[in-house]
Design a protein around this ligand. Structure first.
Ligand SMILES: NC(=O)C1=CN([C@@H]2O[C@H](COP(=O)(O)OP(=O)(O)OC[C@H]3O[C@@H](n4cnc5c(N)ncnc54)[C@H](OP(=O)(O)O)[C@@H]3O)[C@@H](O)[C@H]2O)C=CC1
Ligand SMILES: [Cu+2]
Length: 475
């Protein structure tokens, strides 16, 4: 069934008599509605070299419009353009039904948003398509604010999501969005419109994945440690040490999750580098999941920093803990009673001092990374400075923190008693991803890898050997 309707749709597209080209050289683009969004969009289209006409209820009294644009009746404006942006709230779409004959074959861009989810039975764009069945409706631009549109793409607002049933119509809108400097993500047919309309209603969307990951990892490690530390000691040794949940356990879970999140910031970059090396070009798009992962690196890093800070605070209070003071006093008293003095262990001194030192250096760099990701700081840095801090110092941070954890484990991995109930200690699990990232990163430092990657990033492409020999024969 679906393939049938797809075919019908495709047929409609190829039969469509009107050219949908949106070349600035050709006819104007039309905007219905002279409100906030209409004016911002018009301004930006003008800057990109397009001609713009407005369709308005009051073409002669609609307030200041961007210089060089013209306002006319909806009918006249629709006639002069093939692509019409509907910058009107959904509540007022009724007038479009009357205009349907003039809009046949045109591309209608639905930019509308709602104030709440699910207030209408169908998506605004689908409603529009129903009102004007002969037009090609494309949902786009709704995730941008008027401000973002007027000022052009920024780090947070670079993507335009679009969806629609006509491939040609989507191409026309994509072309325009690209000319305005945005990157376009095609979300498929018009049935995705609802999802796109819900998108701006989400709170902190770019934080969702990182927060879920952090919460999931925290919960998983928490239960793992409760079982291995507390339940184990209750079952096997009959000791109740559940009080450790509050500080000891927390102070294991936080650094573990922090280290994993930090390494997950750097893993996608390494994967991307290997992908480019494998494909021999930088011009192929990364898979969607990798793109999405790369986009939430900053959030992953900031969550990692927050957890590392908790680890620092929990560590600082160790000496004032009742449990620790009790243990030290008991040890000292027992030594006095037995008239013994334990030997000074130089290896232990080296080990613990190095462990703390790596932790402190790692945390210092961590904070630097966090600070440099603040927009006010990163805006004052050049691109080179920013990427130096985020990549070179980032890997150094990861190295210090990983080394810190290896020093913490020291030779524990050799002791059978460390594998309670045949499970590895949690810190070992936390070392897997960071170690993999560091090893892969080191591989990329190998001269042969490094050279190829630099060439690829400068635009060089590996052609297949057949082509190469043909070329060399020709020259
Ligand atoms: N502002 C924003 O940041 C964003 C807005 N949007 C969407 O863009 C659309 C427009 O938003 P915005 O520009 O802020 O809204 P405004 O209220 O500023 O402008 C809406 C325009 O619609 C026209 N209009 C109003 N009533 C009617 C009617 N009964 N019949 C025909 N036209 C009418 C008017 O133009 P005229 O008087 O010339 O006819 C009016 O200027 C909305 O769907 C909104 O969800 C999407 C993303 C961001
Ligand atoms: Cu630590």
């Amino acid at each position: 069934m679906t393939s049938m309707s797809e075919e019908v749709k495709l047929e409609c597209v190829s039969l469509s008599p009107v050219s949908m080209a949106t070349d600035p050289e050709q006819g104007p683009l039309c905007i219905f509605g002279t409100g906030d969004l209409g004016r911002s969009l018009g301004q930006r289209l003008l800057q990109a070299g397009y001609k713009v006409v407005y369709g308005s209820r009051r073409p002669h009294s609609c307030g200041p419009l961007p210089a060089g644009t013209q306002a006319m009746s909806h009918e006249a404006a629709a006639k002069s353009a093939n692509l019409v942006f509907i910058c009107v709230h959904r509540e007022h779409y009724d007038f479009l039904e009357r205009l349907a004959p003039q809009l046949v074959g045109k591309v209608l861009v639905d930019v509308s948003n709602n104030l709440k989810k699910n207030i209408y039975p169908e998506a605004n764009a689908e409603f529009l398509q129903r009102l004007v069945p002969g037009a090609h409706v494309v949902k786009a631009f709704n995730t941008l604010s008027a401000w973002a549109l007027q000022n052009g793409p920024s780090d947070a607002n670079r993507q335009v999501y679009l969806c629609g049933n006509s491939v040609v119509a989507k191409q026309a809108v994509e072309e325009t969005a690209t000319k305005l400097g945005f990157t376009v993500l095609d979300r498929g047919s018009l049935s995705a419109a609802r999802e796109l309309e819900d998108f701006p209603l989400q709170l902190f969307p770019e934080w969702r994945l990182p927060i879920r990951l952090a919460v999931g990892l925290t919960a998983a490690f928490f239960f793992y440690l409760v079982i291995r530390d507390i339940i184990f000691s209750y079952v096997e040794q009959g000791k109740d040490i559940s009080f450790r949940i509050m500080v000891s356990l927390a102070n294991k879970v936080f650094p573990i999750v922090s280290l994993i999140l930090l390494s997950l910031c750097y893993l996608p970059g390494v994967i991307a580098a290997f992908l480019q090396l494998y494909r021999g070009t930088k011009y192929k798009r990364f898979p969607d999941w990798l793109d999405r992962w790369m986009l939430c690196r900053k959030q992953l890093g900031l969550l990692a920093l927050a957890l590392a800070s908790l680890h620092v605070l929990y560590t600082l209070i160790i000496p004032i803990r009742y449990y620790v003071r009790f243990r030290i006093a008991a040890h000292t008293i027992s030594q006095i009673k037995e008239n013994k003095t334990s030997e000074f262990d130089t290896t232990m001194a080296w080990r613990t001092d190095s462990y703390y030192s790596m932790g402190i250096l790692g945390y210092g760099l961590y904070v630097l990374l966090g600070l440099s990701s603040l927009p006010s700081v990163s805006n004052s840095l050049s691109w080179r400075e920013f990427s130096f801090i985020q990549s070179k110092l980032g890997y150094l941070t990861l190295f210090f923190c990983t080394f810190h954890t290896y020093l913490y484990g020291w030779d524990k991995f050799l002791r059978l008693s460390a594998y309670k109930w045949y499970t590895p200690p949690a810190y070992m699990l936390s070392l897997v991803v960071p170690s993999v990232v560091l090893v892969l990163r080191l591989l990329l430092f190998l001269p042969c890898m490094d050279r190829s990657l630099i060439r690829i990033r400068q635009g060089w492409e590996r052609t297949d050997p057949e082509n190469d020999t043909k070329k060399s024969l020709l020259t």
